[in-house]
Design a protein around this ligand. Sequence first.
Ligand code: HAM
Length: 430
Amino acid sequence: MTTLRSVKGMKDYLPKEVPAYRRIEEAFARVMQRSGFREMRTPIVEPTALFVRAIGEVTDVVEKEMYSFQHHDEALTLRPEGTAGVVRAYLQNNLGNDEPVTKVFYQGAMFRAERTQRGRYRQFHQLGAEVFGDPSPAADADLLATLVVFLREIGVSSPEVILGSIGGKATRAAFRESLVDFLTPKLETMSEESKRRILTNPLRILDSKHPGDRAACEGAPSILDVLDADDQTHFDALRRYLDALAVPYRVDRGLVRGLDYYSRTLFEIKGATEKLGAGDTLLGGGRYDGLVEELGGRATPAIGFAAGLERLVIATEENVAPPRIDVFVASLGEGAVARALALSNELRSHGISVECDGRGASIKAQLRRANAVDARFAIVLGDREVSDGVAELKDLAARTAAPFPLAEMAAAAKAGLLRPPADADQAVSS
Ligand code: HAM
């Protein structure tokens, strides 16, 4: 029989890796809560139409990367990103009625059928946040400052903030025309996809990876040159705020993002490039002032971002030690195993982590395991120890051992005193 393997591009997160993920998830929740965001969770499966409408029909994500399926009479999709679902939930649950400004963060699995490589998977996890109801450039600056704090807190030492603007509706319409004029004479050398997209969504051509498209786009006009007065005022104010906050950034005149819902501010943050290869963007985001209305709500300005958790782990690659086991209970003999189980549960109820070995292996083998799981203490219980009411307590780090009354263990644990008496200097023999 052939053994089954995981789906291509979907990886296992093994016990030795998970502490690094958890460290970042916890830092993210901490930093976002400190900036006034509250956590929310939305379903992994949403109606396909939600993503088509939010992300845009003529985008790589919608045209090529979604895991979509028909279930009875419903067309469903595994979410490729978090924003669309959060906007749907914001509208469906009238979150905007409670408070003029709603700030949420989320974490979870996303799915895109992309070509996989280091830092690019088909199931990956995003840490994201969205702010609804605040049109000000101050909201953009505050979000970016929070992001930089988060990245520094997890150990991305020099996050590179790349800033751009895609303008509002009017600016984009004007830019679209000048871009089409610029690209049309070069159509010959461009990809079939871009020849099609010049009619449907010419801005997408700017982020094509096709060499012919890249060459054709060289020298293309920058949307930053045609921002209307309001877009320009917004962009300039954001830059002044970032300067005042001492958030370093670089303006990228050609920055485009792969999703259609953006308006005005766009940003990406890169870091530790050499560790990530081609997929070195740690996070991306921007303003999407038209999306809430597009999905059926009142006109509501919004801004947000999402970071790839796997990329953050690669960029901050440190060996995060797994949590230690405090006490390893080794036991031999039927009565001793029963007492060991009871003792283990009692110690656990006082917040101590306990591994209880009831395999019936030799004490020597059990103590080998105690060392392998990096336990701090071992308690050795045989039938004689149970009848005497005194077990052997070994300090595995100090390599000492001493008798310890069983009846006093829980109280000692509760008081944080589970350690051999100071005069215990007997060397650990096994
Ligand atoms: P995005 O740029 O498509 O934006 O994705 C955000 C981040 O998710 C990327 O910068 C990257 O770190 C990570 N990511 C994307 N695809 C993959 C993949 N296949 N494997 C691993 N990591 C990946 C969004 O998704 C927007 N929803 C962000 C946003 C929120 N904009 C406004 N609000």
